[in-house]
Design a protein around this ligand. Structure first.
Ligand SMILES: CC(C)(COP(=O)(O)OP(=O)(O)OC[C@H]1O[C@@H](n2cnc3c(N)ncnc32)[C@H](O)[C@@H]1OP(=O)(O)O)[C@@H](O)C(=O)NCCC(=O)NCCS
Length: 203
């Protein structure tokens, strides 16, 4: 029988990234939906408790992009020092209307591994999400050998744009093919090759 190495928790210096479970939904509701700055851009409206439960379940059950099996790829970001869930992040399949090739949007639709993240407001500004996303990208691009990972947001989401830049996404501005990522989308892609080259120089 084929060895199936995950879902398993991923670890960083300060964080555990463990598979999301339905039981995380009330905590996500508390830290995401009660604060307008957190839901302002994604998806633009706060979720009710039942909607957040469905959101959590969907992310917990997304099939992973490497094997096509349910990989529990949505992760709860847990702070080691106190065990608190401070956010959510993961790399989930997303249907991209134009697809991507060599960093440029193309005609036709593709399913792309896409990085997502959100964190409770009181945990912003401490470098936690950069730390979490670097581990996820290392896992996806090196351990799972995905060829590339996308990330997108809206231009006005300055914190997310800065995070993308820190991770090396080099966000490119392009006109939205649909209402994808809102009115002024900014998207970037990191290939495994780029990640390998930059991972030694990332600070
Ligand atoms: C996107 C989001 C996760 C970014 O949060 P963040 O706190 O800016 O990101 P990080 O946790 O990586 O912290 C980086 C910040 O902490 C600072 N920092 C402090 N201590 C640090 C440390 N030890 N290591 C690294 N950075 C540190 C950095 O300088 C940086 O601040 P800056 O952007 O002002 O320069 C957060 O804004 C969020 O949850 N937004 C709502 C959800 C959302 O919009 N998601 C994207 C939808 S498409």
């Amino acid at each position: 029988m084929e060895y199936f190495p995950y879902p398993h928790p991923l670890e960083t210096e300060r964080l555990i990234l463990r598979p999301m479970t339905e039981q995380d939904a009330p905590r996500f509701h508390e830290i995401f939906d009660g604060e307008p700055k957190v839901w302002e851009f994604d998806p633009g409206l706060p979720c009710k408790p039942e909607e957040r439960r469905m959101w959590t379940l969907r992310h917990a059950m997304e099939p992973d992009m490497a094997s096509g099996r349910s990989g529990l790829f949505g992760r709860s970001v847990v702070r080691k020092e106190d065990g608190l869930v401070i956010g959510a992040a993961g790399i989930c399949p997303l249907t991209v209307p134009g697809g991507w090739e060599q960093g440029k949007p193309q005609a036709g639709a593709t399913l792309e591994p896409t990085l997502f993240y959100q964190m409770g407001l009181e945990y912003w500004g401490k470098g936690y999400m950069t730390e979490a996303c670097r581990r996820l990208l290392e896992f996806a691009l090196i351990e799972l050998r995905l060829p590339r990972v996308l990330c997108g947001t809206q231009r006005k989401n300055v914190h997310a744009v800065r995070l993308m830049e820190r991770l090396g996404f080099h966000p490119t501005w392009f006109p939205a093919p649909s209402n994808f990522w809102g009115r002024e989308p900014v998207c970037g892609v990191i290939t495994a090759e780029v990640w390998k080259n930059q991972s030694t120089s990332v600070t």
